[in-house]
Design a protein around this ligand. Structure first.
Ligand code: NAD
Ligand code: ZN
Ligand code: ZN
Length: 345
């Protein structure tokens, strides 16, 4: 089969590789029908994630059709159409039993990281019974691919951890796929105002189409002053960081109101300066974490009922065999006006 393989920092290849087989009785082999590229894959390619070693097939998102199941698999059979979760979970360890699937003793984020991932014709999914979801009939497959990672991430680490409530004024820093997923899922809770902050004018414009009420462009204006002015000096009830750099965390700590929440979603590689001398008196909470994907069943229902349409995040489509071209587009997202790319096998 063909697979997109990491070959060391800055190097990737679409090469012939051995098709995966059942290794453990709980494994499921899935034939990929649709997959996508994540910002995390770009981080890996830069060499930022040393756990990924040369030869690893990338990708942790996708949908497909079950090809084979191990003898202990009860929920799936060959021919079933399935959604692949970016988080693998055994469902039995102490962390899984408290729904902390991201920290499963025999799983967590391993796809396209510690084991071969979904940017291939076939993938082996450990603990298939827990880590896969049956595709509901009549739901757009491109929309479902957004449920492998970015929609649960936005919902759990942004919206739920930030305790977004009806009427709240919230700010989302970063209008990439993850920030946009925060924007879409925050609207389940009817916040009064959603302020989107980014430097990319095209992304801000898209955010407005997706429901942002106010836009602030980094570089064009003083972000903190502008947000404080918009909120009568109070700041925002929830400040959500969806970039992963010190500058954007700093914006969040400067715009959060008394009693508010800072929800950090971004993956950080550098320390940030926590202004505890300003924040201690404000009765705020700061949260952070890795997506657990325990909102996936709920998000599937919101797709089925038409309450949300994440397929709107898809800007570019390619055949799976054109994945190197897709990386070129996604890797130059600002120039190409790309948000999410879909690869179809
Ligand atoms: N916590 C988790 O479980 C989890 C899961 C998935 C992704 N993530 C992280 O979420 C973050 C966002 O992911 P993404 O795929 O949307 O990334 P992305 O790189 O596509 O988007 C980031 C956005 O931030 C904007 N930006 C960059 N610098 C900025 C600045 N100084 N001020 C304002 N905006 C700025 C960019 O223009 C871009 O639109 C990343 O750090 C990613 O690793 C976290
Ligand atoms: Zn991802
Ligand atoms: Zn577990």
């Amino acid at each position: 089969m063909k697979a997109l393989v990491y070959q060391g920092p800055g190097q990737k290849d679409w090469i012939e590789k051995e098709k995966p087989g059942i290794e453990k009785p709980t494994d499921v082999i899935v034939r990929i029908t649709r997959t996508t590229i994540c910002g995390t894959d770009l981080h890996i390619l830069k060499g930022d994630v040393p756990a990924v070693t040369p030869g690893r097939t990338l990708g942790h998102e996708g949908v497909g059709v079950v090809e084979a199941v191990g003898e202990a698999v009860a929920n799936f059979k060959p021919g079933d159409a399935v959604l692949i979760s970016c988080v693998t979970s055994c469902g039995r360890c102490a962390n899984c039993k408290r729904q902390l699937y991201a920290h499963c003793d025999d799983g967590g984020w391993i796809l396209g990281h510690k084991i071969d991932g979904t940017q291939a014709e076939y993938v082996r999914i450990p603990h298939g019974d827990i880590s896969l979801y049956l595709l509901p009939e009549g739901v757009d497959e491109e929309a479902l691919v957004m449920l492998s990672d970015i929609m649960p991430t936005g919902m759990e680490i942004g919206v739920q951890a930030g305790h977004v409530k009806p009427g709240d004024t919230i700010a989302i820093v970063g209008a990439g796929p993850v920030g946009m997923s925060v924007l879409l899922t925050a609207q389940f809770y009817s916040p009064g105002r959603i302020i989107m902050i980014d430097m990319d004018a095209a992304r801000l414009e898209l955010a407005q189409q997706f429901g942002a009420t106010d836009l602030v462009q980094v570089g064009a204006e003083d972000v903190v002053a502008r947000v404080l002015e918009m909120t009568g000096g109070r700041g925002v009830d929830v400040a959500i960081e969806a970039v992963g750099i010190p500058a954007t965390f700093d914006i969040c700590q400067k715009i959060v109101s008394a009693g508010g929440n800072i929800a950090n979603v971004g993956v950080h590689g550098k320390p940030v300066q926590l202004h505890i001398e300003e924040l201690w008196i404000k009765n705020i909470n700061i949260s952070m974490g890795l997506v657990c994907t325990n909102t996936t069943p709920m998000l599937i229902k919101t797709l089925q009922s038409g309450k949300v349409d994440p397929a709107r995040l898809v800007t570019h489509r390619f055949a799976l065999g054109e994945i190197l071209q897709a990386y070129e587009v996604f890797g130059n997202a600002a120039r190409e006006k790309a948000m999410k790319v879909i690869l179809t096998a």
